[in-house]
Design a protein around this ligand. Structure first.
Ligand code: AHR
Length: 804
């Protein structure tokens, strides 16, 4: 039987009180259209298409004209405004569609405001809120305009709830008006702050009891080009002065374009600090380090021009922490917060990599550490948790003595299950780890088909037991991304989904919540028996190419005298799967003739082990060499020998699991075009020997992914005097485990159990069933420090046990 022994008398590492936190980025309408509840889209007419979001209303008795002007603006930072000229006998104007509709609730108050200047005549302005079906929900008339800009306000109280309302603004009476900064804002916001955040969404964050809040991203920090990077100084002060910026997620994905996505910065850096304070989270600001997103332009600020970027970081620290008497502290005080926000950490760059990052990080660190040695610096480690970019950076970051390294991972659930022990062997004396972005992907990274299901949540939970167990190294962790609007997302999965009125947490949300609310103060060792699911080092074979046209022939797989596969391509290639139109058999060879993209074909059986694969390969054209695949267990699970990789500079042995590559080893070498190479890979148990033209080039031992029937970790909550045990059972059947709490005299009779499970691995939550997968609490009497517990299939269970 499986046993779980918790050594209550052997406390280990202390857990960072800020261990489990939140990653916020304005993606998927996370800020504008989400947490920042302005209901008017393009309120300042500063979108490149000045009337985007606005629709002209001109019934036949109306006559008029809408023009965009910049003369004598209210604020030169946002100079554009609209002139509405009405010359007919019926009201003339336009309506705003909001962020995929305007969400309003019956009887609640909404503040309508606009900057208005009278231009001709003395018309009035009608503000009318319409439901999706055209019924008027409420209306108001504004008048008495002068030739000077003035803010006019009114309150609307809709007579029905509607998620897709519209606001019409109509000029009644002949004449002309100038209009700018049109706003409709709910009165009911978080803490009822005027212009404050969307209350139900903040409540979801507060309910997580987050240890920290990372802001503002994410790639949004970097910008696709430097000009469009996030600049914190432009996000504070009067709302009217905050300059609009196109959101990088507006155009990032051609399969999810969002042409109406811009950043108004209504949720700026002051609001971020205030939010942290409200929900008790440590602020973790991330700043641009002089690099634009390396997935886009990768634009760089020359090293000798980096000073203004470093100055921005110094000023941010002063804005947050400085006394109200100094320059930036005074700006904070003027915004209504004389007390400092006490930031303790700062991120330098987001998801950067390469030498260019190190050079820039080093310059930031030198200045920041000299002036603010108490501020912990978070440095980037690239976008993947084990690829060559990661392995290049880590040792150098260690040399640079960075405080915390920000690791990211988006991968299939199998990766998270297999990496629950990732940190067990990490260097205890090096920089600490911030698992700053992670989320299990049910299909593939950036696939719109990804679902927030129970399987992903359990994979994250299993992985988090490993983060918790290694709390001396892993000091913080956050799921990413955070929010998504169901009608306006670019990226999935996400932690929290909303529409204009509703919100629900995903199974992953409840996993984060269970860990955060049961954080504890100190790690307790846990011993598990009979949980290892021993996988054999086995799998089929494959051929592949990257940016290269290649032909393969004489593919043999043998075990001793036995032939497992013989492909001489005399009669086609029917034993190979995964081929697309680029693959064809010609002249006894299997050819992939396009020197672009990535191509792979597979053959054989997942049970094959201890075999020798031999083949001949010839490069026809292109940038690299060819791929030889062994131990293929699935489309994203295999060992790859990449000959002539990295622009034909080396041969690379790597292990691919759940869409992530783990570098095993690399050797110098190139592949020439036009000549046949003899390739051989021998497998003996977990060992591999890789030969090119009869010469041993690389050998390694690659253990199969380590997966378990149960995952567990434990902590002690010193204030509550409780031991907290977290157990994940990803399996298809309930599992009874014998639990032993060693080193305690007794346990209290009542144990609190929180179980998170659902109707199958694909189960998830929705607006209709927001708690289908959510923790359910119960109490039981264990009768002593040794008891059995039946962990439900597909579950995360948290037991809180009072001990003496
Ligand atoms: O979380 C979505 C994106 O993933 C983040 O912006 C970026 O840091 C990562 O690539």
């Amino acid at each position: 039987m499986t046993t779980i022994t918790v050594k209550a008398d052997k406390p280990g590492a202390r857990i960072n009180p800020a261990m489990w936190g939140i990653f916020f980025e304005d993606i998927n309408f996370g800020a504008d259209g989400g947490l920042y509840p302005e209901l008017i889209k393009n309120r300042t007419f500063e979108f490149p298409e000045p009337l985007m979001g606005w629709t002209k209303i001109c019934p036949s008795l109306a006559r008029g004209e809408i023009s965009i002007r910049e003369d004598d603006p209210f604020d030169p930072a946002n100079p554009r405004h609209v002139r509405m000229l009405s010359e007919g006998t019926a009201p003339f104007g336009f309506s705003n569609e909001g962020f995929r509709g305007i969400g309003v609730r019956e009887g609640e108050a909404y503040h309508l405001s606009a900057l208005v200047r009278g231009v001709a005549g003395s018309p009035v302005l009608l503000g009318q809120l319409y439901g999706a079906d055209g019924s008027v929900l409420d209306s108001v008339t504004l008048g008495g305009f002068s030739s000077k800009w003035k803010k006019f306000t009114a309150r609307l109280r809709p007579n029905a709830t509607d998620a897709k309302a519209r606001l019409a603004l109509l000029v009644e009476g002949k004449g002309a008006l100038d209009l700018d900064h049109v706003s409709l804002f709910p009165e009911k916001t978080w803490q009822n702050r005027p212009g404050g955040l969307r209350a139900d969404l903040v409540q979801m964050l507060a309910d997580l009891k987050p240890g920290f809040l990372r802001f503002p991203g994410g790639c949004i920090v970097e910008g696709s080009v430097l000009e469009r990077r996030y600049q914190w100084k432009k996000t504070i002060g009067p709302i009217e002065d905050r300059r609009l910026l196109v959101n990088r997620w507006n155009y990032e994905f051609l399969h999810r374009p969002t042409p109406d996505y811009f950043q108004s910065f209504g949720l700026g850096f002051f609001e971020f600090f205030q939010l942290c304070e409200d929900i008790g989270a440590e602020p973790l600001p991330i700043l641009n380090c002089g690099m634009a997103c390396q997935f886009n332009s990768g634009e760089l600020v020359p090293l000798d021009q980096l000073d203004p970027f470093i100055q921005d970081a110094l000023d941010l620290i002063e804005f947050a922490n400085g006394p109200a008497t100094n320059l930036w502290g005074a700006k904070r005080a003027a915004l209504g917060h004389p007390e400092p926000f006490h930031i303790k950490m700062l991120g330098v760059g987001n998801e950067q990599w390469g030498e260019q990052y190190l050079e820039r990080y080093a310059r930031f660190a030198k200045v920041l550490k000299e002036k603010y040695p108490e501020i912990a610096l978070v440095s980037a480690a690239g976008p993947s948790p084990a690829d060559e970019r990661f392995h290049f950076l880590w040792p150098r970051l260690r040399e640079l003595r960075t405080d915390i390294v920000d690791e990211h991972c988006y991968a299939n659930p199998v990766w998270f299950f297999a990496n629950a022990h990732r940190y067990d062997d990490y260097d205890r004396n090096g920089p600490k780890v911030f698992m700053g972005e992670f989320a299990a992907q049910s299909v593939a990274l950036v696939s719109p088909k990804n679902r927030n299901n129970l399987e992903c949540a359990l994979a994250e939970a299993a992985y988090m037991t490993g983060l918790e167990r290694n709390a001396d190294v892993v000091r913080m962790a956050s799921y990413a991304p955070l929010f998504a609007h169901v009608d306006a997302w670019q990226w999935t999965p996400n932690l929290i989904w909303c529409d204009n009125l509703r919100v629900y947490g995903t199974p992953s949300y409840y996993v984060q919540q269970l860990f955060s609310r049961n954080r504890g103060d100190v790690v307790l060792p846990v011993e598990l028996t009979e949980v290892e699911l021993h996988a054999a080092p086995s799998g089929g074979v494959g051929l592949g190419t990257f940016q290269t046209a290649v032909e393969f022939k004489d593919v043999h797989v043998t075990r001793g005298d036995k032939t497992l596969l013989r492909s001489d391509f005399a009669n086609g290639a029917s034993e190979w799967s995964g081929a697309d139109r680029r693959w064809a058999v010609r002249d006894g060879a299997y050819q992939q003739t396009e020197p672009t993209g990535l191509a792979r074909v597979f053959a054989g059986d997942t049970s094959w082990s201890d075999y020798t694969l031999s083949l001949k390969a010839r490069k026809l054209a292109g940038a690299e060499g060819f791929w030889v695949i062994v131990r293929q267990m699935g489309p994203e699970n295999y060992i790859l020998w990449n000959l002539g990789g990295r622009n034909n500079q080396c041969h690379i042995l790597q292990f691919r699991l759940g869409q992530q590559d783990q570098l095993v080893s690399q050797a110098p070498g190139t592949i020439a075009a036009g000549r046949w190479y003899d390739v051989k890979v021998e497998l003996k148990g977990a060992k591999l020997n890789c030969y090119l033209d009869g010469k041993l080039v690389q050998s390694a031992e690659v253990l199969p992914p380590r997966v378990q029937a149960l995952y567990a970790s434990a902590v002690r909550d010193e204030t509550a005097g409780e031991l907290i045990l977290k157990v994940v059972n990803p399996g298809d059947a309930p599992r009874v485990a014998g639990i032993q709490i060693s080193g305690v005299a007794s346990v209290a009779s009542e144990i609190l159990a929180s179980e998170l499970t659902g109707a199958g691995l694909d189960a998830g939550n929705s607006f209709e069933h927001p708690l289908a997968v959510a923790p359910v609490e119960s109490k039981f009497n264990a009768g002593g420090p040794q008891f059995n517990y039946r962990f439900p299939q597909h579950s995360l269970t948290v037991l809180r046990i009072k001990t003496r």
